[in-house]
Write a protein that binds this ligand. Structure first.
Ligand SMILES: Nc1ncnc2c1ncn2[C@@H]1O[C@H](COP(=O)(O)OP(=O)(O)OP(=O)(O)O)[C@@H](O)[C@H]1O
Ligand code: SF4
Ligand SMILES: [Mg+2]
Length: 366
């Protein structure tokens, strides 16, 4: 298994501190006079993306993975907190108020994305050779047409699209989903990116192709020296990708990071009750699910009005009365960061009465 190479710079590539993204949705016709509905998509999230890093973000639908991922690559402006690119505030660079000598265009070029549905992001009217020449034109304007063609052919061969000369002349609709996704990866890599956000990039592929695509991404990482932020609602994919890439896993719950740390630790020694739920639900091939689902309620709370106190308290099997009242802060345990009172031996949680199974949750607006 490969290990993450340590960063050679003092500053992380991307650094998030207390990042918050709240969406204020417009009021409906009959909501006039009421408060606007604020979706707390991301709240109080902090972590670093290092050079050649592999970070997987996992969690249920709507927990804020895409919003957070887009924030990391400068596609979503946070409503609170800071996001630094190589030690400089990303949005000050964007607004032209930074004293850093960095062009926003270069930042955008260095932070790329591949989506779940590559078909929609590949221009249907252009052949692959034209689609893949475009990033090279931006990053290597000095290359002749022949040199560009040579690079594109060799990358297509590298991702298993042989004969490259044949594939290069095809249009996106003449490719399978897996081939389209490989082209999207090639296009992102040809931008020489610092980070590629892969948002459910393998979710639409057949199970057999998923592992192939993840292996390919990790192999190419070494050659291109890029970092990945890999989003999946499925812990087994996140686990495969981060464990094989020697990286980390961030477990999100209702906009917050419940747990963040090295993949090995998060998988083999999960600390947060929610990570334990996900871990229970995705056993190894050699394991089997035992006992009952370690969760109290199945319903996902509304992100517009999340539970007060710890957001997981309505479903947490370990919840106690204090969890309804107080909001836990992220605590560092070894290399893991865990947002739960149980990390503190001396917290009042331990003397707080347990919640009744059907005890009604209170919400932030109560
Ligand atoms: N532009 C937007 N305006 C308003 N609300 C938004 C916007 N984008 C996302 N949201 C809301 O923010 C929350 C988080 O959405 P997000 O897409 O980040 O979740 P996700 O974890 O990626 O979900 P999925 O697994 O379904 O892709 C959701 O409640 C969503 O409805
Ligand atoms: S703080 Fe309480 S409710 Fe939240 S995860 Fe920990 S034990 Fe569960
Ligand atoms: Mg998403």
């Amino acid at each position: 298994m490969r290990q993450t190479r340590p960063t050679t710079r003092e500053e992380p590539l991307i650094s998030l501190r207390d990042v918050e993204v709240h969406f204020e949705n417009e009021r409906g016709l009959f909501d006039f006079g009421s408060d606007p509905r604020v979706v707390r998509a991301v709240d109080g999230v902090s972590f670093d993306v290092e050079e050649n890093d592999v970070i997987s973000l996992v969690g249920e639908s709507g927990c804020g993975k895409t919003t957070l991922g887009k924030s990391v690559i400068g596609l979503q402006r946070p409503t609170g907190g800071t996001i630094n690119y190589r030690g400089h505030d990303m949005w000050e660079i964007r607004d032209g108020t930074s004293d850093a000598n960095i062009d926003w265009k270069d930042v955008r070029t260095s932070l790329q994305i591949i989506h779940q549905d590559p078909g929609s992001s590949l221009n249907p009217n252009r052949r692959l050779i034209a689609i893949l020449s475009e990033p090279l034109r931006q990053t290597h304007p000095e290359l002749s047409a022949g040199e560009k063609r040579e690079r594109i052919y060799s990358l297509l061969e590298r991702v298993g699209m042989n004969p490259a000369a044949d594939f290069a002349e095809r249009y996106p609709h003449q490719l399978s989903g897996g081939e389209q996704q490989r082209v999207a990866l090639c296009r992102a890599l040809l931008m020489n990116p610092d980070v590629i956000l892969a948002d459910e990039a393998i979710s639409a592929l057949d199970v057999s192709l998923r592992v192939e695509m993840m292996d390919l991404m990790l192999d190419l990482q070494e050659e291109f020296g890029t970092s990945y932020v890999f989003i999946s609602h499925d812990l087994s994919n996140a686990r495969y990708f981060s464990q094989h890439g020697g990286g980390k896993i961030g477990v999100m719950y209702l906009g917050e990071l419940a747990e963040f740390g090295p993949a090995e630790d998060v998988i083999n020694d999960p600390q947060h009750p929610y990570t334990k739920v996900l871990r229970w639900a995705t056993p190894n091939l050699s394991e089997r699910k035992t006992g009952r689902l370690p969760m109290r309620k199945i319903d996902i709370p509304d992100p517009v009005n999340p539970p007060a106190g710890c957001r997981f308290h309505t479903r947490c099997p370990e919840a106690r009365a204090v969890c309804k009242q107080q909001h836990p802060a992220a605590t560092t345990v070894g290399d893991q960061s865990v947002t739960c009172f149980r990390m503190h031996d001396d917290h009042e949680y331990w003397n707080s009465p347990e919640l009744e199974a059907d005890e009604a949750a209170i919400t932030a607006d109560d």
